[in-house]
Design a protein around this ligand. Sequence first.
Ligand code: SF4
Length: 380
Amino acid sequence: MSDHCSIYSHIPFCIRKCNYCDFYSETDLSQIPDYLKALETEIALRAASDIIIDTVYLGGGTPSLLDVKQIEDILQTARGRFQFSPDAEITVEINPGSVDADYFARLKKTGVNRISIGVQSFNDDKLKFLHRIHTADEACRAIEHAGTAGFENISLDLIYGVPGETQSSWIKDLKKAIERKPSHISAYMLTLEPGTPLARQMKQGAFVPSGSEMMSLLFKRTSQYLNQAGFEHYEISSFSKGGSNRSRHNSKYWDLLPYMGFGAAAHSYDGSIRSWNHRSIERYITDLTSGLLPVEDQETLTLEQKITEYIMLRLRTLEGLDLEDFQERFQLSFQTKFKKILGRILDEGLGMIENNRFVLNLEGRIYLNSIVETFAAAVL
Ligand code: SF4
């Protein structure tokens, strides 16, 4: 493990499930105290005082369901077991339906310096369709309270592509987001994940999903609109107001750097081994109460897996894939190994090689998944 690392801590509780969500979370909040005790035990068991933590991310689930004191306790446990870099980025995900002005004011004092607010939309009908627990007004108030509390690094999550969404309705959402002057916006395309209530409703004919043409159009409009508003489209779903407001935590994933995941269902990666914890909260608590690490399994990535992940993650980004870095990591020339695919992508105008980097353009990023699949098939 390198001496620098990130921490992700999973808080798998929600007031109720949003119908599109396939993240692991439960709505039985009575388990929170035992879960937090187990979380602290896991952090203690995996302590390493020589590791420097430069980013921390509390995600979920709904971390803002926790009392501020509980968040502070998690951070204090981590600070006591690892070295924290003085400028560590510490992010907490916030659901606008679970917080008030006082919450932000107290959260600011804990050292949390970045918040990610799950707004999803400023349109109440869209929020209802997504089965969110909050209204657009509540989201606006949460953003305002965060600013008043002194948070400068505020990211807003938005979703586009609900059935019937048009370019103009989506641009209205983006406009309202920009008016609130966030430092960062994450704009996610709605996907109908198998097993979610929304996917079931669609199968039963309750609505017709937006087609891929409309999704591509919305993706491109998002990029153009936010670029014009001064946001850098630095990753497929991520936009930052200037380079310094990029999510440092998420950038580490895209740079394939190590991270430690604490909590039920959390994943960890040390540069070659990936491990993941049991999903079940009960199992997570029982294991840790008996002093056992709650690891369900682990795998050592093969060279092929590492190459595929590298391509998949780097092509998401504005900087793309560094050809020299690829050669150094894998002792392999990217241009030689993938000559044919590369040629096709360049010919079809989906990407370019610039400054010794292979980068997908906006059109290419629309086809990211199928491009990555083509590379993956050729790795073997
Ligand atoms: S609040 Fe977030 S984690 Fe919870 S169900 Fe909704 S989308 Fe999923």
